[in-house]
Design a protein around this ligand. Structure first.
Ligand code: IMP
Ligand code: MG
Length: 180
């Protein structure tokens, strides 16, 4: 991180706070008793969260299979435009599986609803959803996450895998840009 890049960003969730919460979340997921779990991470924004979460799941004794789907929600700048498209699909057959869908942010709900409907149509047995951040306003679809790490202020956030124009994913914290 360059000096100028770090000074542009206010920290909202620090690495320590995220780490503690991700471990708690893994306990919550284990306590839900989902057997034979398949974790599907929605790329790209969830890649760091998913990496930390699956290792925390291992620590609480789970051995999930893991696959990835890349979805595009066609955002214009920082606004969701409504259409969701599959850029790269999962490899596995989900018929009869218990799935944990992992995403970075739930905002309009379109991305998560699209992924959930897709997996249900393919015959998944049960689909639970887990997001790092939950924004409350701007929901366009009636969907809530079964698990979420944090409620997020209504700001455009970056870091911990999340980007603006491919930047800031490397930051170890979640923050918001104060000026560019
Ligand atoms: P939804 O389909 O509107 O729920 O949008 C969720 C997706 O939009 C997330 O998976 C993110 O990729 C993206 N997104 C929404 N808000 C933010 C933000 O504040 N920062 C970065 N990405 C965001
Ligand atoms: Mg996303």
């Amino acid at each position: 991180m360059t000096e100028s890049e770090s000074s542009n960003i206010d920290v909202i969730f620090s690495p320590e706070v995220i780490n503690n919460r991700v471990h708690e979340l893994a306990g919550e997921i284990r306590n839900a008793g989902l057997d034979n779990l398949l974790v599907i991470a929605v790329l790209k924004g969830s890649f760091i969260f998913a990496a930390d979460l699956i290792r925390a799941l291992h620590e609480v004794g789970l051995s999930p299979e893991v696959d990835f789907i890349t979805l595009s929600s066609y955002r214009k700048g920082t606004q969701s435009s409504g259409r969701v498209e599959i850029l790269r699909d999962i490899d596995l057959d989900v018929t009869g599986r218990n799935i944990l869908l992992v995403d970075d942010i739930l905002e309009s709900g379109r991305t998560l609803a699209f992924a959930k409907d897709l997996l249900a149509a393919r015959g998944a047995r049960q689909i639970s959803t887990c997001v790092l951040l939950r924004k409350e306003l701007n929901r366009a679809v009636d969907i809530e996450a079964d698990f979420h790490a944090f409620d997020c202020p209504e700001l455009f956030v970056v870091g911990y895998g999340m980007d603006v124009a491919y930047r800031y994913r490397q930051l170890p914290f979640v923050g918001c840009i104060t000026r560019d």
